[in-house]
Write a protein that binds this ligand. Structure first.
Ligand SMILES: NC(=O)c1ccc[n+]([C@@H]2O[C@H](COP(=O)([O-])OP(=O)(O)OC[C@H]3O[C@@H](n4cnc5c(N)ncnc54)[C@H](OP(=O)(O)O)[C@@H]3O)[C@@H](O)[C@H]2O)c1
Length: 282
């Protein structure tokens, strides 16, 4: 397992398991248990995924000391605001059945994110949260939080994969030492991406699949990744990327796939209208 040092001094496992769209209950529980069993030590969930309880249960039942596992979760805009966010964090700790959260993110760039950030800073000071960061803050709201923040975000989680490599955003993050986390790291499983001939050619050299080549590319680009899978064979395959290294020539071939094109095309207005699509949990 490789770790990256964050701007707050903590060390995050660069590879994890994401559980977006995985139903609460056996599906999430088994995926997290399978991942932990093969040595993965980082789980990425969110209140909005509505599976924090199963993540917490799998972590507990794994028997692995809590401090060896990195748990990231995310607050939804309905819980943003001074006081309100502190309550939201306490509820998360209960759902996850843990004393602290390793990384807490603001999931979306809407609502009273400044009030929420104040409460998140308090949670860091009281030990309920170790690191704080943002997700999907790609507009000028990123700089607004940076200007306000006493504790700077350590992470920005955004869509990032070979078709959308986020080079401009990385330049904005560099002065603050903020690390980029990639969502849709393998394009949400998009067949066009996974069948790219150049990825297959590179994979052939190392005896690796296109998915493994993409994930290895992320690792060498210093992106933090947590591909989602509920299939134990895929979970194993995805984690099996630390025994080979892409050459600079390979890296450049993958860099050349960048189309600066997202899969997720909803406008900010559409996203804002969609915020109430699920019912927050207790
Ligand atoms: N902050 C945000 O707004 C945001 C948004 C989206 C995602 N995320 C985070 O990022 C994580 C990853 O994103 P994602 O789950 O949407 O997309 P992803 O990891 O890019 O792709 C997941 C898809 O790829 C398939 N897959 C996984 N491993 C495979 C393999 N070895 N071979 C072939 N197919 C494979 C999965 O199916 P199987 O289950 O069948 O393997 C699933 O359909 C999420 O789980 C979540 O934690 C965050």
């Amino acid at each position: 397992m490789q770790y990256l040092k964050l701007n707050d001094g903590t060390e995050i496992p660069q590879f994890g398991l994401g559980v977006f769209m995985v139903p609460d209950g056996d599906k999430t529980y088994n995926a997290v248990k399978d991942a932990l069993q093969i040595g993965i030590r980082h789980i990425d969930t969110a209140h909005a995924y509505q599976n924090e309880r199963s993540v917490g249960r799998a972590v507990k039942d794994s028997g692995i000391p809590r401090e060896e596992i990195w748990i990231t979760t995310k607050l939804w805009p309905s819980e943003y605001g001074k006081g309100k966010t502190s309550d939201g964090i306490d509820k998360m700790l209960k759902r996850l059945d843990t004393d602290y959260i390793d990384l807490l993110l603001l999931h979306q760039q809407f609502g009273d994110y400044i009030g929420a950030w104040s409460d998140m800073q308090k949670a860091v000071k009281s030990g309920k949260v170790k690191s704080i960061g943002l997700s999907n803050f790609e507009s000028e709201r990123l700089e607004e939080v940076l200007n306000f923040a006493e504790i700077k975000p350590s992470i920005l989680q955004v869509e990032c994969h070979p078709y959308y490599q986020q080079n401009a955003l990385k330049k904005r993050l560099a002065p603050y030492g903020i690390k980029l986390e990639s969502w849709y790291p393998i394009g949400h499983g998009d067949k066009a991406l996974l069948n790219e001939p150049v990825l297959k050619q590179i994979g052939k050299k190392y005896g690796k699949t296109s998915v493994q080549v993409i994930l290895r590319w992320h690792i060498q680009e210093e992106n933090i990744i947590f591909p989602k899978s509920t299939n134990p064979v895929h979970i194993k395959e995805n984690f099996n990327i630390f025994d080979f290294k892409l050459t600079e020539e390979d890296m450049n071939k993958i860099r050349a796939l960048d189309k600066n094109e997202r899969y997720f095309k909803m406008t900010l207005e559409e996203q804002e209208r969609n915020l109430g699509r699920w019912k927050p949990e207790d």
